[in-house]
Design a protein around this ligand. Structure first.
Ligand code: GRF
Length: 208
């Protein structure tokens, strides 16, 4: 069984979708720990109820970004993860941390990267008048919200949309593409070729 560690900062709905998928028969992976940088991250309760180890590494308790990253890495490494999953984890991780988990750390971002990295994604999509948005699962590199793209979903932007309605429709697709991308990863079906992620069997890496 491959070992997955998930980092969250808040409600953890993506984490929940991943845990549910891992619980299905025949899955080659298990979520061994959920770690948050805030003790009040709502998702921790779900993890505990599902018998998953939880930990809090509070960024405010550390004097520097490097000290926080090191403390976090120590807690992660104790779980011997094959894959580290960022699921609504709202801290920027330093270059040494990113190097440590290079090639085995995934993130999800609620836009069609490389468009709209960073915060307030849906607001900026609406302000730009985009007719389409979506979500992206990608391998994490030192560049915030960049890195080889594993899978994307596309969602129409509707005339009456506000940030909340758009976020909700994009989030529903996140709950499909993140578990799918993770399954491919743990089954060893992905390879990175010149910065492009290809699926061994040519499965569509797009949800529409
Ligand atoms: C998601 O939209 C994710 O793409 C973004 O933050 C949100 C986290 O939601 N990075 P949740 O905590 O998984 O419910």
């Amino acid at each position: 069984m491959k070992r997955i560690v998930i980092l969250i900062s808040g409600r953890g709905s993506n984490m929940q979708a991943i845990v549910r998928r891992c619980a299905q028969d025949g899955w080659p992976a298990q979520v061994v720990a959920v770690i948050a940088n805030r003790a009040d991250a709502a998702g921790l309760g779900f993890a505990r109820e599902h018998g998953i180890a939880t930990a809090v590494v509070d960024h405010k308790a550390h004097a520097s970004r490097e000290a926080f990253d090191d403390a976090l890495a120590a807690v992660i490494d104790a779980q011997r993860p094959d894959l580290l999953v960022l699921a609504g984890f709202m801290r920027i991780l330093g270059p040494a941390f990113v190097r440590r988990y290079a090639g085995r750390m995934l993130n999800i971002h609620p836009s069609l990267l490389p468009a709209f990295p960073g915060l307030h994604t849906h607001r900026r999509v609406l302000e730009a008048g985009c007719k389409v948005s979506g979500a992206t699962v990608h391998l994490v590199t030192a560049d915030l919200d960049h890195g080889p793209i594993v899978m994307q979903s596309i969602v129409a932007v509707l005339p009456g949309d506000d940030e909340g309605t758009l976020a909700e429709r994009v989030l529903a697709t996140e709950h499909c593409i993140y578990p799918q991308a993770i399954e491919w990863f743990v089954r060893g079906l992905l390879r990175v070729d010149g910065g492009i992620v290809r699926h061994a069997d040519g499965a569509p890496q797009l949800l529409r």
